[in-house]
Design a protein around this ligand. Structure first.
Ligand code: RIB
Length: 318
């Protein structure tokens, strides 16, 4: 039987997740359209908040009731200091965050244009300072976790993590796939669970049809392949079976962080022993709630909200 982890504040958490990868400050701007050259226009809304796929995952994990730790690099600047406070306020354990003096914290400008996919401009800053030895130094943390999840990490980091935890999950993201496609492809044979969105699955496999690309990616050897398909739902390959679950239709306001909470919810539900379709339903429900809210950090739903949304739409209790 799984032992419960008791925290000093008196909370009981049934599992521990470790997120490894990017922590960015997201500058999010909502606009009606992209301005023309030399044109200045008013934003519809704007925000500055903690972001980065690993950090979003860690915050989401804490929100759904998991003991959450993060291994990431922040700059020794004011943004890094504010960022650390945000993570702590969200219930994420920051003991394994590396603060790199003289470096800037990662920065991403996210343009949310009405009715279009978001556009992102990224300056990696301190994120690139994460090294394989940082991973080996945290071996005890990694082995103590129920789930280790990597997001936006370079292949050399993924390889070090997979040496310690063969079952670690990986959401490489488009930036890493574009830069290191062949290295990512080779590492798939060692990866536990692989999370991709549709564009990433197409880019890495060179295939356009979902059943073809998921089968081709699975043939490389990861234990599970999960594809987040936005308004088309989600797809998973697990032990030779393919599962597809429809999305919950909602008005999309902001997709940032939706894929990250999807991964956290899927992993928690899998760890609890739920069937693959139930895990996809809950993960879809979490993403649907998140995309309907404009904030990444404050927009992450809790487990009760996710279960209710899933039950209301799919009519099944997971
Ligand atoms: O996964 C979403 C994240 O990707 C954003 O928060 C942004 O920082 C980008 O890295």
């Amino acid at each position: 039987m799984k032992s419960l982890i008791y925290l000093s504040e008196g909370f009981r958490r049934e599992m521990r997740f470790v997120a490894i990868g990017n922590a960015n400050v997201d500058i999010k701007i909502f606009v009606e359209r992209i301005p023309n050259p030399d044109e200045s226009m008013d934003a519809l809304a704007a925000s500055v908040s903690a972001g980065g796929a690993a950090s979003n995952f860690a915050i989401a994990a804490a929100k759904i009731g998991v003991e959450s730790h993060i291994v990431a690099c922040l700059g020794g600047d004011n943004l890094g200091r504010i960022y650390l406070e945000t993570l702590k306020r969200c219930g994420v354990n920051t003991s394994h965050v590396k603060v790199v003096e003289g470096m800037r914290t990662g920065l991403v400008v996210i343009l949310n244009v009405l009715g279009e996919d978001r556009r992102m401009i990224e300056s990696v800053g301190a994120n690139d300072e994460l090294t394989p030895s940082d991973i080996f130094d945290r071996r005890d943390l990694l082995t103590s976790a129920d789930e280790v999840h990597m997001a936006s990490v370079r292949p050399e980091i993924a390889e070090s993590v997979l040496e310690v935890r063969k079952d670690a999950s990986w959401d490489p993201g488009m930036r890493i796939i574009r830069r290191y496609r062949s290295e990512v492809w080779s590492l798939l044979s060692k990866t536990g669970k692989l999370f991709l969105n549709e564009r990433e699955a197409e880019a890495i496999s060179g295939e356009g049809d979902p059943l073809t690309y998921i089968t081709k990616i699975a043939s490389k050897g990861p234990n599970e392949v999960i594809v987040k398909m936005g308004s088309r739902g989600s797809l998973a390959w697990v032990e030779g079976e393919i599962y597809k679950v429809d999305a919950i239709p909602v008005k999309v306001v902001d997709t940032t962080g939706a894929g990250d909470i999807f991964a956290a919810v899927y992993l928690r539900a899998r760890r609890r022993g739920y069937g693959v379709e139930d895990c996809l339903r809950l993960a879809n429900a979490a993403s649907a709630i998140k995309v309907s809210r404009p904030s990444t950090v404050n927009g992450m739903p809790n487990w009760d909200e996710i279960q209710t949304m899933s039950l209301m739409f799919y009519g099944k209790r997971a």
